[in-house]
Write a protein that binds this ligand. Sequence first.
Ligand SMILES: [Fe+2]
Length: 178
Amino acid sequence: MPYSLEQFCEDARASLRKETGPAGLESLARYLEKLIVDADFVAEYLGPDKRSGAETIYIDPEFDFRVMAHTNRGASKNSPHCHGPSWVVYGMAINFVEMTEWERHDDGNVEGAAALVPTKKYTLREGEAHVYNEGVIHSLNRPLETRLVRVTGCDLDRTLRYRYDPEKGTVKVLEPAS
Ligand SMILES: [Fe+2]
């Protein structure tokens, strides 16, 4: 059954109307799993003509969630981070990412310091979507080129972000871009 971006956005909205918390996001993630295996969707938004980068392909007028198509034409890795007040849902369309989730084991009282402990490691495979609720710290390792879709709870460029260095035990607060 073909499944379009428009259908996904309608189903995502319906999920959030029922519940904006974790259960609503799990429901949204199951719809995202239908979208990322749709050959027409992948060809249009994540096709071989796309350069590396992220493109916002939908902004929801009711809930302000965003759908972003990510093309990474090479291997890449990022450090542990969370998206502050925004939840995010990642859906893997091509190849896979090695995901690590982390927890802070300090009390947050020392500015710039953070003790991180890895709590989960797993591979997010083609056709799978995963929910990261607000504040969940995660890092991505992409040994191959990848295509993925990310749905975010708001415009990430307007939120604070927290980037951690587990080896140095530090955290940096990144100011909004705009
Ligand atoms: Fe992230």
